[in-house]
Write a protein that binds this ligand. Sequence first.
Ligand SMILES: Nc1ncnc2c1ncn2[C@@H]1O[C@H](COP(=O)(O)OP(=O)(O)OP(=O)(O)O)[C@@H](O)[C@H]1O
Ligand SMILES: [Mg+2]
Length: 251
Amino acid sequence: MLLRLEVIIVIYLENVSKTYSGGVKANDQISLTIPSGRIFGFLGPNGAGKTTMIKLITGILAVDSGRIEVNGIDIAKQPLAAKKQIGYVPDTPNMFLRLKGIEYLNFMADVYDVSLDERQVRIADLCRRFEMTKVLKNPIQSYSQGMRQKIVIIGVLLHQPSVWILDEPMTGLDPHSSYVLKEMMREHVNNNNTVFFSTHVLDVAEKICDEIAIINKGKILFTGDMAEMREHFRKNESLEKFFLELTHDEQ
Ligand SMILES: Nc1ncnc2c1ncn2[C@@H]1O[C@H](COP(=O)(O)OP(=O)(O)OP(=O)(O)O)[C@@H](O)[C@H]1O
Ligand SMILES: [Mg+2]
């Protein structure tokens, strides 16, 4: 029997705007719905507003206007409950550098109330998959950029959040780790969860995303699923050409 999973709106943005104190309008009236069961890629050139939007969704920054909900929970009204739904990997994973890997993972497990038994199993499994078991006793300070990224990814996955929000997760990962992460992203959405990630790497987006949004200068220029993307590919030959045409500045 074929089991059809119901698609639900997991991340909901309505007319979201954010201007920094310097006057840069990083997000301008953004409305977006991100469904369950899909890998959703967020593409845009440098400075387009991707990280800003991710920080608004994760409650790190507050919106100037508009509304954001995660699993139906308003991030401004119930920030703790909304944040519990999310596993967020920032673009610069340089934190808690003095802690050893295992100390950091235990800290994260404590923060998210993961029991001792559960954390033991999950840490062992995730560290095996990302080949991090041997370095857990070393301080994060001594890790390479990719290893730091992996320990942060493992840390946020310990509480098994349903919504993964990853800012440029492939940057710095070697081919094996990047493959493992992509595989895990697919497994996660196959269980009707949600993965939302930003990337510059168009090849990655083309290969693994079910849906994409393209942002430039704080505005969403395109959203669509694979079928709609292919429609555009036919006209534009590749996602790269489509992306460049959409985001290219007329000088
Ligand atoms: N803390 C800040 N203060 C002032 N302006 C900022 C701040 N952070 C970002 N900006 C500006 O907001 C705009 C959007 O930046 P953002 O970091 O969201 O872009 P991005 O799409 O993530 O870029 P990248 O691909 O380089 O990571 C840029 O013009 C940037 O200069
Ligand atoms: Mg960014």
